[in-house]
Design a protein around this ligand. Sequence first.
Ligand SMILES: [Cu+2]
Length: 67
Amino acid sequence: MQMTLKVPKIHCDGCVNTVETAVKKLDGIQNVSASELSKEVRVEYDPEKVKEDQIRKALLLVGYPPA
Ligand SMILES: [Cu+2]
């Protein structure tokens, strides 16, 4: 399954790293790529193992609340 989250606080490479690392740590994440240009995070995940809610929470915990 794939989703794209808008994360307005992404503004540089450091943010991209922080966001990608936080999401990758979760179980069931197949791929994650954040963009500082579009301020979007694209996540591919296994919905049997991880829920959208957990992904949103992981972003919130590192200081990047999804819009
Ligand atoms: Cu930054």
